[in-house]
Design a protein around this ligand. Structure first.
Ligand code: XMP
Length: 512
């Protein structure tokens, strides 16, 4: 395995991800506890992350001496390079201005990091973000690549197998960065690259057991993939010490609530409290038309119901959540937009303090696609694991205007037809998210010989990488007319279907 020493960079998790992609297990330890993690893990290599500090400042973070003395391969990134240089006898200087963003490195000499990748004389794009820079190499090092602002952009000490770079290989803006990290893990550390999700599962199970001990854990299920994967993993670790609470607000898509209940009770035999709170939610939503008022009511009611159930169960010291790495980043840097409300809803924000519980968040290091891989590893059905994202407030925010049971039922029917056609056409996985929106607009139509006066339905499908930006999906020519015809024929209450071509920005994915 590889130990990643975290000096506080915003992107340390990406290093872990790249190492895992290279098929090598990795763990991150904050620099303060890195020495202990090093002793416990006995890794085969070390990566030192970037960080906001300056090695020139009094009391700045340092590399544990045990790591420097170990003789193991080390890869230093940005702050990691500067700390290595300073602690091994070189010199770091304050930069004038520094380098931020895209930069190019000139490859001057070969080294093990470049095996099969880069050769001397080439020029490659990298992503820089630094103020200080290395001014004089520590004994034993040689420069292998340079950039305009960093003459020692990449340095190597082949005898000690220590490599370091000023730029960030872990971000996508360094196109070959993942391969540099893979070369370090495999060629320099000599690791086989056969690690898999199976091992992550085993490691997390051990971690959950260590954290929870004999304690009791409650997990709120939203019906989505993340909380389900977290719950199944935790159940595998501690069995009956886990109780799941599924707050069913009655605003799910067709068949979804049954699917969750069936999966947990039937397939996994996980203790599950299914709270059917449809009436509570729908009666509270009566007369509410403002999108934010809907969201706030649903979020608050969700927490109230969950809290009441948790009290009934009693005695739980831990609250489990399916928090993912992007949620962790967003909670720090995301500053606007409708999903902020739900992030706090979905992650049952405020509850742990209110109920005096500790959090168990086994998916905190993972990205969405990794959670899906873990879900498959745990035996969750593909059709569940690969599901499109679904917002916490559910269908309520896909029914502009007032929400009622009747309108939810109409929307569920139309949405199911749309998704069925998408699956049949083999397009489901090419789309980030597809759904129908039931509009508070009625138009005139003619069916048979009769006049109709019914609702308009909008269809939406978008492609996206992370939900932050999105583009309307372009369906093949005959697809939308076919779906429109089916919906109008089969769903009473809808007599006109439109397609939404808006990108995000300026639109959002959901309509409310
Ligand atoms: P927007 O509409 O903000 O949506 O472009 C971006 C992504 O977030 C989902 N979304 C939510 N997810 N709770 C959630 O868990 C919410 O309140 C919420 N609102 C939007 C949306 O479905 C899309 O995938």
């Amino acid at each position: 395995s590889i130990l990643i020493v975290d000096f506080g960079s915003q992107v340390t998790q990406l290093i872990a991800r790249r190492v895992r992609e290279a098929g090598v297990y990795s763990e991150i330890a904050p620099f303060q506890s890195a020495a202990a993690a090093f002793a416990r893990m006995q890794p085969k290599g070390i990566v030192l992350s970037g960080g906001p500090a300056s090695v020139l400042d009094e009391g700045s973070p340092r590399i544990p001496q045990a790591i420097l003395d170990s003789g193991l391969p080390i890869l230093g990134i940005c702050y990691g390079q500067q700390a290595l240089t300073q602690q091994l006898g070189g010199r770091v200087e304050k930069g004038v201005g520094g380098e931020f963003g895209e930069a190019f490195v000139e490859i001057d000499q070969a080294c093990a990091l470049f095996d099969g990748l880069w050769t001397s004389g080439e020029r490659h794009q990298v992503w820089m973000s630094h103020g200080d820079h290395v001014a004089q190499l520590a004994p034993g090092f040689r420069p292998v690549a340079s950039s305009k602002g960093a003459p020692f952009a990449i340095i190597a000490d082949d005898a000690r197998r220590i490599y370091a770079m000023q730029f960030h290989p872990e971000v996508v803006h360094t196109p070959d960065g993942a391969k540099l990290i893979a070369n370090f893990a495999r060629h320099v550390c000599g690791l086989a690259g056969d690690w898999s999700m199976a091992e992550f599962r085993a490691a997390k199970i051990a971690e959950i057991r260590a954290q929870v001990g004999e304690g009791r854990v409650i997990c709120g299920l939203s019906g989505g993939v993340d909380s389900a994967v977290a719950a199944v993993l935790i159940h595998e670790a501690i069995g009956e010490q886990l109780t799941c609470v599924f707050v069913d607000h009655g605003l799910m898509r067709a068949g979804e609530a049954d699917q969750v209940v069936g999966l947990f009770r039937g397939h996994y035999n996980i203790p599950l409290v299914h709270v059917n709170a449809e009436t509570l939610f729908l009666s509270g939503l009566a007369g509410v038309t403002d999108p934010e008022a809907k969201r706030k009511f649903i979020g608050k009611t969700f927490i109230d119901v969950f809290e009441e159930e948790a009290r009934k169960i009693g005695g739980a010291q831990f609250l489990a959540q399916g928090t993912l790495y992007p949620d962790v980043i967003e909670s720090v840097s995301f500053t606007g937009g409708p999903s902020v409300t739900i992030k706090s809803h979905h992650n049952v924000g405020g509850l742990p303090e209110r109920m005096n519980m500790q959090l168990v968040e086994p998916l905190r290091e993972l990205f969405k696609d990794e959670v899906r891989a873990l879900g498959r590893e745990l035996g969750l059905p593909d059709i569940f694991v690969g599901r499109h994202p679904f917002p916490g407030p559910g269908l309520a925010i896909r029914i502009p205007g007032e929400v009622s049971k009747e309108r939810c039922d109409i929307l569920r029917k139309a949405d199911a037809i749309y998704l069925e056609e998408i699956r049949n056409a083999g397009l489901y996985d090419a789309i980030w998210q597809a759904f129908a929106v039931l509009l508070p607009v009625r138009t005139v139509g003619v069916m048979g010989d009769a006049r109709t006066y019914d609702s308009v339905l909008a269809l939406r499908a978008v492609t996206s990488v992370d939900g932050m930006t999105a583009q309307a999906f372009q369906f093949p020519g005959d697809f939308l007319p076919r779906v429109a015809t089916r919906i109008i024929n089969e769903v009473k209450g809808v007599n006109r279907v439109t397609y939404d071509y808006t990108s995000k920005p300026p639109g959002t994915i959901e309509w409310e």
